[in-house]
Write a protein that binds this ligand. Sequence first.
Ligand SMILES: [Zn+2]
Length: 205
Amino acid sequence: MVRIRAGIEDRCFGCKIHKNFCFCDHFSNLPLKTNVSIIMHVSERKLPSNTAWIAKQALKNCSLYVRGEVNHHFEATQVLSEQYIPLFLFPQEGALQLTKSLVSSFDRPIQLIVPDGNWHQAKKVKMREKSFDSIQAVCLKENYPSIYSLRKEPFAGALCTLEAISYALKEIEGEQVFEYLMEILKTMVYRTDLVRRGYNQLLPL
Ligand SMILES: [Zn+2]
């Protein structure tokens, strides 16, 4: 077995994994009514284990905003659009459970605002940004188990960003998008694990 090292130049631009393990062919353009806006902390940008970038690649109506850059001020007002009902996905005090019945009470499509970064950074986003202050926070209706094993969890049961988005969209959009995103996450986890274990190509399944 030949060990490979995935330097920046060896990585696929689309899915950030070593080119021999690229899973970009899993991305398709599912038509979604929901807009997903991810607010990513700058420290996540270069990490190949970041799942926010994968959500951006996998979803047509998904935008990624970077917060915390030294030379560029993040402007929360630019994220919001009147076309949508904004909901802030974070389990904080006052958060409503995101359920199908909550979703059906809205007369416009939802803009799901998702903070990304470590737990500490994500927690600060809503507090620090005035424009996000009045937005209703929502949380997932259950404590789902995580299949994401590429990073140490901050606490038992913590989900990665792509998982949190998948479970939220399951309520908002339905089963199909959930299955689609979870399949991508499983593929990412499986292939990244192979790279880390030193494999240089995909093994026949
Ligand atoms: Zn790729």
